[in-house]
Design a protein around this ligand. Structure first.
Ligand SMILES: [Zn+2]
Length: 288
């Protein structure tokens, strides 16, 4: 089982509601907490988002994630593409970080930054994603920040870049939730668009238990399942949690309900394995 969207470090997004403080601990302590969650949930590999405002030596904000990965080899780093930093020197540093092979994908934080996916600031990063054959992930849907502007994060905007950059493989994080119908159409129409299923519900196990009692979880499952079925693209959905905003085990059980069992192998493992070629992901762990 591969969880392709977690946060092993604070992403440092403007105005974002607080992440658990244990992420600010030493790489060793974060690695131990993460390892325990992975073991409990049966997760073989995780892909962790970097942070904004990386230093000159770390232009994609992945050094702290890679420090944890030294202690937890099945953690892979995703670099943050900052559309406000497009000077030649920065882009050369980005390219050398990509060339090193330490970054398995790039991510753009739509809405948190006031740039849509079609912003000229993303173009050089999309070209690098194509050149190094790594996926480009865009945050889509609700923003977890009071100062974000959610219009920039609408999943329908991904259609524009999917058409203009056919050689890039895009991932819509959070399946555009709550605009899952719009995200579904973008996937159905564009074969270079994937979706991750992280963060559709966010909260601890107590929250999930309460929402299960009220029927809210089941209604969310039905709503998202309708959008998933519309796409007819079961080979382009990716299991993901958004840990530590949810418990891995609780969220695994939620995502299981979004698909018939015949699709679990693809969604929980095989689709990520074929998309993230740079990950040396351990094989043949049985999906849940
Ligand atoms: Zn996230």
């Amino acid at each position: 089982m591969i969880d392709m969207h977690i946060h092993a470090v604070n992403p440092q997004l403007p105005g974002v509601k607080s992440f658990p403080t244990f992420l600010d601990g030493s790489p060793g302590s974060v690695a131990e907490i993460l390892r325990a969650q992975m073991q409990e949930s049966g997760t073989a590999a995780v892909l962790g988002m970097g942070h904004l405002n990386g230093t000159a030596d770390d232009p994609l904000g992945v050094a702290s994630t890679l420090a944890i990965a030294q202690r937890l080899p099945n953690l892979y780093a995703i670099g943050v593409a900052d559309p406000t930093r497009v000077d030649t020197e920065h882009l050369q540093r980005v390219e050398s970080q990509l060339r090193s092979g330490s970054v398995v994908a790039l991510k753009g934080y739509l809405g948190y930054l006031y740039h849509g996916p079609d912003s000229p600031g993303y173009v050089p990063y999309l070209e690098l994603a194509a050149k190094y054959d790594i996926p480009f992930i865009f945050h889509t849907g609700d923003n977890w920040s009071t100062v974000a502007k959610v219009k920039f994060a609408h999943p329908l905007l991904i259609d524009e870049v999917a058409v203009e950059h056919r050689q890039v493989k895009f991932v819509m994080a959070h399946f555009g939730n709550p605009w899952t119908t719009d995200a579904a159409e973008v996937m159905y129409k564009n074969e270079n668009v994937w979706a991750d299923l992280s963060g559709i519900l966010v909260g601890d196990a107590t929250y999930f238990a309460r929402m299960t009692t009220t029927g809210s979880v089941q209604r969310t499952v039905e709503r998202v399942r309708q959008a998933i079925e519309y796409t007819e693209c079961f080979d382009r959905f990716l299991y993901a949690t958004d840990w530590p905003l949810v418990s891995m085990t609780t969220y695994r059980d939620f995502v299981r309900q979004l698909f018939d069992e015949e699709h679990h192998q693809s969604v929980f493992q095989d689709n990520a394995k074929s998309l993230f070629k740079r990950c040396r992901i351990p094989a043949d762990r049985t999906p849940p």
